[in-house]
Design a protein around this ligand. Sequence first.
Ligand code: GLV
Length: 333
Amino acid sequence: MVAKPKVLMLGKLDHAHEQWKAVEEIAEVLRPKSTNREGFIEECKAGAFDGAVAVLRTFASISITGRIDEELLSYWPSSIKFLCHNGAGYDQIDIAPCTAKGICVSNVPTAVNDATADVNMFLIIGALRNFNVGMVALRRNEWRGNNTALGHDPEGKVLGILGMGGIGKNLKRKAEAFSMKVQYHNRKRLPVDKEDGAKYVSFDELLATSDVLSLNLPLNTHTHHIISTNEFAKMKDGVIIVNTARGAVIDELALVEALNSGKVGSVGLDVYEHEPNYIHPGLVNNPTVMLVPHMGTWTVETQTAMEVWCIDNLKQAVLTGTLKSPVPEQASM
Ligand SMILES: O=CC(=O)O
């Protein structure tokens, strides 16, 4: 009997059970026994994953392996040629050393767009309307609280989207339903037929003219702390900042300072620079800000669609030696 190809499973899937069964029919699934990076590396050294051709990893599996970086990859068997990440953002993976080792990486792009843009819109409305102050007061039995400031309507406000990818475009559509005016900045302007009519502005113009600034760009070496003290100084007084991308695209300390000084009027965050262990007290203790604990894709429908998409990548890798959605850095690999 011909042996099945081996795949390594890092983390666990909770929804796409039928699709996973189909993987088990075509592949032998290996799983680490260890629960930390040290133990995982020992298992690699002992040859526990030798022969595996592809890896499926979840966002939470960082607790088992730590970052997928050059050091970790140096212990992976040379048989591994594919790494399928279950998530849109793949900042837990260093792509350059994967490329150097000939490992093709995929992510889950479009499946996350609607759910993430929904949370984005929720944060925009909540921050504009000052809802958190009222919600906190009500739960303290203080009805709306004392001197709770009036909010602002989204209608007619300028929404600046930094990072007009799949989520940014989805957000644009939703924000326009609330009569917001949308402008965007990307490092490279989109072809006009891909802009959906959004106005393209320079980075500085986006900062200077947006009433609400939404961060919708991936975290990488170019975008780390792309918004910090200098950038806040260029913004309108009372600007609203919303982030559903990754915490570290904003310098969180500078954000708290800008909030405390009144430069930033309010904030809506789903992601934090040092999540999940540390959220700056200047955010947690400020009732005017809207804070959600990274729930952008936290729906049954979206989590299921993400798992199915990721499994499709894994199956395609095993059966055809290709990926359905390679990460952009490796598009030509
Ligand atoms: O944060 C969620 C994702 O990257 O998919």
